[in-house]
Ligand binder design. Structure first.
Ligand SMILES: [Zn+2]
Length: 325
């Protein structure tokens, strides 16, 4: 007779503009079952909730048929534009629902399971604390470097949320070194105008205009991306290396200020731009130390996320039910 295998698990939902991915995640961060469906096929909120509930149920059934018994702690959702107190999604530009979407409450009613929902950057921070580089830490700042600079701040073991759940927009903190750069938010000098992918391309184009040296970054007709810059760094291109040095310098100077806010044990770098083969965390740490108040010097680590690519968002979401009060 087959002995039943028990799994203590949560359900992670990574709700994106194109795809909604769902996974059952166990206590070690393994994903014994996962699936996905097209977000855009469900422009009606109720239809989306029903499809999601059906998907979760189907994953439970697969595992039960494989002989598992499940102890499900809850469902965690990572999504853009979340009001974590109302547990709703509020007018995200890349999602089909323009009006307020109380997804947390609706999915709870549909599944009978507790549902936690958070902004993707905040979910990533909790995921890092549960399964990644911040395991065991109670104080750290996670910077997500991608099309923007997102952040999640964990202080005294709690994710800083703020009155409306909007705490930690560190990508829009302004610095004199970026004062000539206009941000998508309409202001000048935001950190992300230098350290997000568009900012790095901006720096590269400025550098390329000052020299006629050959560089793989000169692509007549092609649109330069942060990915191209990363690849050129690995290939040893001096222009790309200079772009990366400038990006690291900006991150180091910004982190010196952020450290003074919450006295973290570490800064964790995450996202498409934060690649250990291309970016030098030790350089960022040195710059941070040079600009830090003496009491913090030599005490704060700069680490890369250990959650890999596409799994990180799902693991982040899946960790939410474990940390909700
Ligand atoms: Zn801004």
């Amino acid at each position: 007779m087959t002995r039943l295998k028990e799994i203590i698990c949560t359900v992670g939902v990574d709700l994106g503009g194109t795809n909604t991915r769902v996974a059952i995640v166990d206590a070690e961060g393994r994903m014994p079952a996962s699936s996905n469906f097209n977000t855009r096929d469900y422009p009606r909120q109720q239809d989306f909730v029903e499809r999601l509930a059906k998907e979760v149920d189907a994953l439970f059934r697969i595992l039960k048929e494989e002989g598992y018994t499940l102890r499900v702690k809850g469902i965690g959702i990572g999504a853009p534009c979340v009001d974590s107190r109302k547990r709703s999604i509020e007018g995200a530009t890349n999602l089909p629902w323009k009006e307020s979407f109380p997804l947390g409450r609706m999915l709870e009613e549909a599944t009978g399971l507790p549902v936690a929902i958070a902004n993707d950057a905040n979910a990533a921070a909790i995921g890092e604390m549960t399964y990644g580089a911040a395991r065991g830490m109670t104080d750290f700042i996670m910077l997500t470097l991608g099309t923007g600079v997102g952040s999640g701040i964990v202080c005294d073991g709690h994710l800083l949320s703020g009155k409306r759940g909007l705490a930690g927009e560190l990508g829009h903190v302004t610095f004199p070194f970026a004062s000539d750069r206009l941000c998508a938010c309409g202001r000048k000098g935001c950190l992300q105008t230098v350290c997000a992918s568009g900012g790095m391309v901006h720096t590269a184009l400025e550098l390329l205009a000052t020299t006629t040296d050959p560089s793989p970054l000169r692509q007549p007709g092609g649109k330069l991306s942060a990915r191209d810059i990363g690849k050129a760094v690995i290939a040893g291109d001096p222009v790309a290396k200079c772009v990366m040095r400038i990006t690291e310098e900006a991150l180091g100077r910004a982190c010196a200020e952020f450290v003074a806010l919450t006295d973290p044990e570490a800064i964790i770098l995450f996202g498409g731009v934060a690649n250990p083969e291309e970016m030098d965390a030790e350089h960022i740490r040195q710059v941070m130390d040079n600009y830090s108040l003496a009491i913090y010097r030599g005490r704060v680590k700069v680490l890369f996320s250990t959650l890999k690519g596409s799994q990180a968002a799902l693991l982040g979401a899946a960790s939410l039910p474990l940390h909700n009060p």
